[in-house]
Design a protein around this ligand. Sequence first.
Ligand code: SF4
Length: 291
Amino acid sequence: MSVAPPNAVRDSRSDQIRILRSNSVDEEAQPGDPLAYLSASRLKSFLTCRLKFYYEKVLGIQPPTGPNLHVGKAVHAGLEAFHHARWRGESPTSADILAAYNASFCALEEAEAVEYGDKDREECLATGERVVRAYLESPLANDPRRILGVEVYLRAEDPSLPLPLLGVLDLVREGNVPVDFKTIASTPNLEEEAWANQLQLSIYHLLLGDATDQTAAPGELVYLVKLKTPKIIQHQLPPVTDTQLARLRTLADVYVDGVKRGDFYPSPGMHCRWCEFRGRCRAWTSLPNAA
Ligand code: SF4
């Protein structure tokens, strides 16, 4: 992952430059002590299936990278290159950004073997390229709001939460607006997606408020839909409510209690369709810490 120059937010009240640290440390991707910090991906994983959480976030077992995840990461890197250049005041060409996308696609393949299965590598490469191109040609690429930070790594010690909060925000726009990009296969139901992502947006709300001493604006989700003719859909979410923050705090307590007890058991459901740990799960008979 690239190391960006530090991102700065100008506090209009005090004219003070505050630093939104960039992603020089990628703690989020590292397994380890699940009680060291709380993040959206840890919490979501834990709440979806505690056994899968145990495999991926505690033991750090890396399942093979599938083509969808691989394309999503490379598209993400392409957009990151674009926004970093814009943040620096540059005007990159489409060719520059597509080259960054291609380079990332290959670099990620070298870092982790990709299991393409019945999918064709070149088609996957072309799919991602179409998505990046669609974004560059969309009105969002010329959003007049200033970019305050790209891949913004934030950590907050919130006394109302049992653990430090940690997160990496894809983009922060003028007005303290957190923006998150989602690469998906089909046109989303915006209401359902907003519901599914509310914990992540609540965490971003707290992180951004802590880093800037200003209330974060309502978040935005941008869907990059991998259709033959890709769609770019922007969804501006309603403000984070006190109820959502209270839910987050309660779920954080549930997380800590469950992890301390070692409550890592399977929760079969629809999400098992996409689970890479089904083989291990099938053999599961008791809690990992059981005598
Ligand atoms: S297969 Fe389902 S129940 Fe088993 S670990 Fe995966 S998500 Fe959990």
